[in-house]
Design a protein around this ligand. Structure first.
Ligand SMILES: Nc1ncnc2c1ncn2[C@@H]1O[C@H](COP(=O)(O)OP(=O)(O)OP(=O)(O)O)[C@@H](O)[C@H]1O
Length: 326
């Protein structure tokens, strides 16, 4: 790690820290204290691997937007360092597409005309290639057929896809999306989630903030969990929930017999819950547990493997529920 700026935060210099070339985003001790003393982001150490769909998860007000704004150079950190794509900021930002505050589109203009205006306002964009880049971006978000349609006639999902197209007007190695499904209807939410997966499948790293646990579980390969400005945990989705215990739940009119069989198999923490029995699955295969139950004459009416969710992880780490809507 290169020198850490203690007084004022900064992007890493020309030489990013060695050993982290695979990181699309790296922060060390990144901190933002607003005037008035509120610490919005507190000594954040984030490592976002290239190629990941990285869910930046936390309740409202936990510091996600402030972090994203620092990474994009929109607000200066108070302390700490960050690196985007392992490059100095001026070289990194043209390779980053971002959707932080949705662009204001003109309702009476088409998708194409809106993107043309948006692109023309970008001093780094190449005017000569605009037409092709706009068509490519519309194609990438699945709006080619609606390119000539007025924005006001777009569905919520189409509007958000157009906003993502605006972030994809150049070749991007990293796409940063701040709560991209906020305010969308279920259909629009599905469209955006599918699009994020498609963009990631094409090789772009996607860093997406969300206050919805289920959304991050469905869409992301990795996640970081924030709480009041602090990082609670980060890693692959599997590793985050892997520390928690997977249980098996057997529904049966013979709970006592089922409990005896599960105990006999060596399953731990066998507990009867009315007409169901649950136990830690451990290394046992559910089909073998089922075969053993049936072999012992237990009537199995239902059998489920209950895997820990990110919500369980959050509650386990913080002792609190993830108290947000959705
Ligand atoms: N410009 C500002 N001045 C003072 N405080 C701010 C400012 N911007 C954000 N904050 C505060 O910093 C904290 C983190 O806000 P931030 O917007 O980063 O959280 P968030 O996780 O993105 O939440 P949300 O999803 O609601 O935007 C909040 O308590 C917020 O009130």
């Amino acid at each position: 790690m290169t020198t850490v700026t203690q007084e004022a935060g900064a992007p890493f210099g020309a030489a990013p820290p060695s050993g982290h070339q695979d990181a699309a985003i790296l922060t060390r001790g990144l901190t933002k204290r607003f005037k008035g003393g509120q610490v919005a982001v507190d000594a954040l150490d984030l490592t976002v691997p290239r190629g990941s769909v990285f869910g930046f998860l936390g309740p409202n007000g936990s510091g996600k937007t402030t972090t994203i704004r620092m990474l994009l150079g929109l607000v200066a950190p108070t302390q700490g360092e960050y690196s985007v794509l392992g490059l100095p900021q001026a070289q990194a930002l043209p390779k980053v597409g971002a959707l932080v505050e949705g662009p204001a589109f003109y309702p009476y203009l088409s998708g194409t005309a809106n993107l043309a205006r948006f692109d023309a306002a970008d001093p780094t964009a190449h005017g000569g290639t605009a037409k092709r880049r706009i068509a490519d971006a519309l194609e990438r978000v699945g709006l080619s057929a609606a390119a000539g349609k007025r924005y006001r006639n777009y569905s919520l999902g189409m509007r958000q896809r157009l906003a993502i197209a605006a972030a994809l007007l150049g070749p991007r190695e990293l796409l940063v999306l701040d709560e991209p499904t906020n305010g969308l209807d279920p259909q629009g939410t599905r469209e955006v989630r599918t699009l994020v997966k498609e963009i990631a499948a094409e090789g772009t790293t996607v860093f997406v903030s969300s206050h919805l646990l289920a959304e991050v579980e469905q869409m992301c390969t990795h996640a970081a969990i924030m709480r009041t400005g602090k990082l609670v945990a980060q890693g692959t989705i599997a590793s985050l929930s892997g520390g928690l215990v997977t249980r098996i739940r057997v529904e049966t009119p013979d709970p006592d017999d089922a409990a005896r069989v599960l105990t006999g198999l060596g399953l731990a923490d066998v507990a009867a819950e009315g007409r169901a029995v649950t136990a830690e699955l451990g290394g046992h295969a559910p089909e073998q547990v089922n075969a053993a139950l049936v072999g012992e004459g237990v009537a199995v009416r239902g059998l489920a493997v209950v895997r820990p969710s990110l919500e369980d992880v959050f509650v386990g780490l913080t002792g609190e529920g993830f108290d947000v809507d959705g």
